[in-house]
Design a protein. Structure first.
Length: 71
């Protein structure tokens, strides 16, 4: 499920991101991303050597925190 998939335009859509990439996306430092992971607000896969955060987890975090917890 963490593999990339083709979207409608034929481009590969990323399904997971590194902590560094997520920190850039959310405009916070990497330590803040690790804190969000520790609090369970973001979910990651550590099947590889480094944590990978799924696009679905990022989308869920944004929707629940930006809409007052309403999905």
């Amino acid at each position: 499920m963490l593999r990339s998939e083709l979207n409608g335009s034929g481009r590969v859509e990323r399904l997971c991101y590194t902590v560094s990439e997520v920190s850039e996306m959310l405009a916070v430092c990497e330590k803040s991303v690790y804190n969000l992971l520790a609090r369970g607000l973001l979910k990651s896969s550590s099947a590889l050597r480094h944590k990978r955060i799924t696009k679905a987890s990022i989308d869920e975090f944004i929707s629940t925190t930006c809409n007052g917890g309403v999905k």
